[in-house]
Design a protein around this ligand. Structure first.
Ligand SMILES: NC(=O)c1ccc[n+]([C@@H]2O[C@H](COP(=O)([O-])OP(=O)(O)OC[C@H]3O[C@@H](n4cnc5c(N)ncnc54)[C@H](O)[C@@H]3O)[C@@H](O)[C@H]2O)c1
Length: 288
């Protein structure tokens, strides 16, 4: 069976940064591609800080750190993205993702595998627009990708068995637990998790409780992170986009109606941790 030796991660945002870091730490020469130079620089700085932190804690050696920094290339030139596996983690818009996949298919050899880290866009819908749907699948990491154990491998109707097997092996090499699932709205986790976010948002809108109070109760009952802290971590734009796609794909049930509170936050560009303000304010934290 063909082997994955090099990985290209597209999108240097929240997820792309984590996936690229994970890829490097798993020993793969990795190219991180983004259209925005400032995102690449941010990503480079974040990874460097993370590795310095691991070094300080004695979790990696100085040699490891040097090796990691040698394994990664940060590039805004798509022509550098010629690899065995492309992991796409750009904005949650099918047309933009497809446009990127088409450009990448033109410059990559026929054996290259393409996976999307989408949280909600149909893998079959995207695969049907690809010349080779057999080599196309979903590989859904969770945030932060370096730490969260679960990966959903989403099998499209035409994804080849060999590709699924390769992705399962890759997930194991990355230290993950892989669950192969069908292509359906929100796959498994995001479908189930919608209620966690949406009910919390409805409660805020109806009862005027604030984010900290609702989060405190949720965390007090055993959830690891309150819904509002989690939405800020994910990115409110991303979380809203996922809710909207799942709602539409399930024929707009009332119980899954996306929240106007998130629309208002997006309008103000208060997107969570990545912009410094969401349901909470992070400026103080960053300046300390
Ligand atoms: N945020 C999460 O918690 C989370 C979790 C799992 C999956 N996802 C999925 O991962 C994907 C990325 O989400 P994110 O939160 O990292 O987004 P983000 O907004 O943090 O980053 C998106 C990045 O994509 C870049 N980009 C946009 N168009 C591009 C293009 N054509 N080519 C290259 N780069 C481009 C942007 O410059 C930006 O750096 C989405 O599909 C999302 O649904 C997100």
């Amino acid at each position: 069976m063909q082997q994955i030796k090099t990985i290209g991660v597209c999108g240097a945002g929240t997820m792309g940064t984590g996936i690229a870091q994970l890829s490097v730490q798993s020993g793969f020469p990795t190219i991180l591609f983004d259209v925005q130079e400032n995102m690449l620089q941010k990503s480079k700085d974040a990874m460097h800080e993370n590795w310095k932190g691991l070094l300080a804690k004695g979790k990696i050696s100085q040699e490891d750190l040097l090796q990691f920094e040698k394994l990664i290339i940060y590039s805004s030139n798509i022509n550098h993205c010629v690899v065995d596996l492309v992991i796409e983690a750009i904005i949650e818009k099918a047309s933009v993702k497809l446009d990127l996949f088409h450009q990448l298919a033109e410059i990559n050899p026929i054996k290259t595998i393409f996976v999307s880290n989408t949280s909600s866009i149909s893998i079959n819908a995207m695969a049907s627009k690809m010349e080779d749907p057999f080599r196309f699948a979903g590989m859904h990491f969770f945030n932060p990708a370096t730490h969260m154990k679960l990966v959903e491998i989403v099998r499209g109707n035409e994804t080849s068995e060999a590709v699924i097997k390769m992705l399962q092996e890759l997930a194991i090499r990355m230290g993950k637990t892989a669950v192969v699932c069908k292509d359906s709205p929100g796959f498994i986790v995001n479908r189930v998790a919608r209620h966690y976010y949406l009910e919390s948002l409805y409660m805020m809108a109806q009862s005027k409780l604030d984010a900290a109070t609702i989060d405190q109760v949720l965390e007090g009952t055993g959830f690891k992170m309150g819904a509002f802290k989690l939405m800020d971590l994910i990115g409110i734009d991303i979380n809203y986009g996922v809710s909207k796609i799942i709602w539409e794909d399930l024929d707009k049930p009332k119980r899954l109606l996306p929240s106007i509170l998130q629309e208002q936050k997006i309008e103000k560009q208060e997107l969570g941790r990545k912009t410094g303000e969401g349901f909470y304010n992070y400026y103080k934290e960053e300046n300390n």
